[in-house]
Design a protein. Sequence first.
Length: 168
Amino acid sequence: MLSHAHPELQNSEFVIFADASRRYVDCSDGVCRLLGYTRQEILQKTIDDISFDPAEVSTLFTQYLKTGEQEGEYLVKRKDGSPLLIHYRSFVFKDGCKAAIWQPVQDWREPYLAALMELNVAKLKQKVQAALGAIQQVRQSKTVVSASEQQAIADAISALNALLRSIQ
């Protein structure tokens, strides 16, 4: 990773940098491992390219540039096409550097509950997609889950699909 002297980014494993046109300009080795791309491949991509919902990128990025920071959950797409739910915290530094710290979301319950509690219909689809992505991560992992956990996951998928149908 290039030299970036921003204290907010120190000791973070998953750091990625973009320019004003949303093109990636640098990233940590952790981001490469997380997404399954080489650094050269990532540097040929834009935020839109790895977003699971590219239609919302422009609005979010414009808001981020205006406020100078942003934080939340977002669903990105790995090289193999599988979804990955991340928690991100993005900064626009005084020197113009635009960077984000990512942290993979490990537990599917948090985004699931957030989707169930979302009252804003405009945000509901994004939260449902994030929750489904988190559940898919669990199902694709090699972690063995109990029968009761498998049932909870199946119930959550049914509830989320019902929510999606209600807003379409």
